[in-house]
Design a binder for this molecule. Structure first.
Ligand SMILES: [Fe+2]
Ligand SMILES: [Fe+2]
Length: 175
């Protein structure tokens, strides 16, 4: 478990099933949970720097990409914000989540929303760095293979490819 000061504000969220299962979901070729907790740490530091509300910043950061598969690049902020609202999160948290993809999608309207926009982008660079460093000892590719097995989104892909192939072959025979 992480001992960063930011995690005091999110201990209740870390045990939610939707957050726990991000350990088994792929995001930027690494576990989505790593991206979310990196976003939390970035938000904590940026939030302090510009004197934003830290609790709002780090709660928004942890859940900003939950259920992102149910949206597109521009709409998944709204999907995650809706989920946050259903969990009873403050409006300030939901507002910050909704605009995290700026300049794709809506523009940030609060200090905390700006923190998340910047923290998410910085965390994404950290995700890429984590993946590249892990190429040297083989851990990145092993983790990616593991995630392809555990992530339902990727598990279904080979089946889709197979169906496509079968369909092509069948239509080929018909002619
Ligand atoms: Fe996102
Ligand atoms: Fe993100």
């Amino acid at each position: 478990m992480e001992h960063h000061a930011a995690f005091e504000h999110i201990s209740d969220l870390l045990t939610l099933p939707e957050v726990v299962e991000t350990r088994y979901q792929m995001h930027h070729s690494i576990p989505k949970h790593d991206h979310l907790t990196r976003s939390v740490r970035m938000s904590y530091h940026l939030g302090r720097l510009i004197r934003a509300d830290i609790r709002t910043c780090v709660r928004a950061a942890l859940i900003h990409d939950i259920n992102s598969r149910f949206g597109t690049l521009t709409t998944h902020g709204r999907v995650a914000a809706r989920w946050a609202a259903e969990q009873g999160e403050d409006e300030a948290v939901c507002t910050a989540i909704e605009s995290h993809m700026y300049p794709l999608g809506p523009a940030p309207v609060s200090r905390e929303a700006w923190v998340l926009v910047l923290a998410d982008k910085a965390a994404s660079l950290g995700d890429i760095k984590q993946f590249i460093l892990g190429l040297f000892d083989g851990s990145s590719l092993a983790n990616r293979r593991r995630l392809q097995q555990s992530d339902p989104y990727y598990r279904e892909r080979p089946r889709r490819r197979l169906l496509h192939r079968l369909h092509v072959r069948r239509s080929h025979h018909a002619h």
